[in-house]
Design a protein around this ligand. Sequence first.
Ligand code: FE2
Ligand code: FE2
Length: 279
Amino acid sequence: MNSDIERYIAVSAKVETKDLDWDEARRVGLTDDEQFVLTYFSDIESQTIRYMRMLLQMKIAFKPAVAAFLTTWSYEEFFHGYELANLLAACGHPLEEDRLERVKKKARLNEWLEEIFGPLLSRIFYHQFPAVYLSFGAIQELTTLKGYEHLRHFTRNPALKVLCERIAKQERRHFAWYFNHARELLSESLCARILARRLLEFNWVPVGAGVKSPDEVKRLFSILFPAELGRRLVREVDEKMGTLPGLEGIKLMTNYFEKAKRQREKTEQTEITEQTEIL
Ligand SMILES: [Fe+2]
Ligand SMILES: [Fe+2]
């Protein structure tokens, strides 16, 4: 096994929480926005097992170094969701027992498309599809990382601050792994580069948008990245993804938020027209 993954395995662990002051966390409590963000994050972290299922259908999953990464990655992600749910419960906002199932039921169109066509495309484009999936993984890990960094910055809850810092450290490693492996595979194949670009542009949505409503996605981003921070996030993420072979100049975040804004304006306009007609 290569030394990169040996190093990764050496530091991989369940996110540490034994030393957190849970009484202090309870005393300080969570704001409504923090409760919303933690529930959102916990929900998407807990969905990792579904993505794992998709990844396991690909031939690269059985390369020893990749198998080692995926095993440690899904283990770490599970505990992100688990410890966020523990913090929510400690602060008086426990999640439902059957939360995982409930969230899965809210899967939206692009999530269904991914579930149906993902395995099919991964068989047809057996050699190229891993590059596609790793590119999707890279952008999701990057936005998740930025989310934890910002939450850590603005929360007043000391336990949440430490937890975000520790989770972000692991997310940084996840991102590095996905990004570096996507770059390697994309640089090897023109077909993979074309496929990755087309599928990202066709079916990519921000992390969580596959199971959350557009309003919930908007609320998450406006809490974590208000005003200029949001514009900077969009720019930074698009620029970083644009450094991957074949993805030069890609505008995934920009296009998603512009489209969402147009749809919101259209809905608002329709509501105003309807109200005017009633009057
Ligand atoms: Fe995570
Ligand atoms: Fe992650």
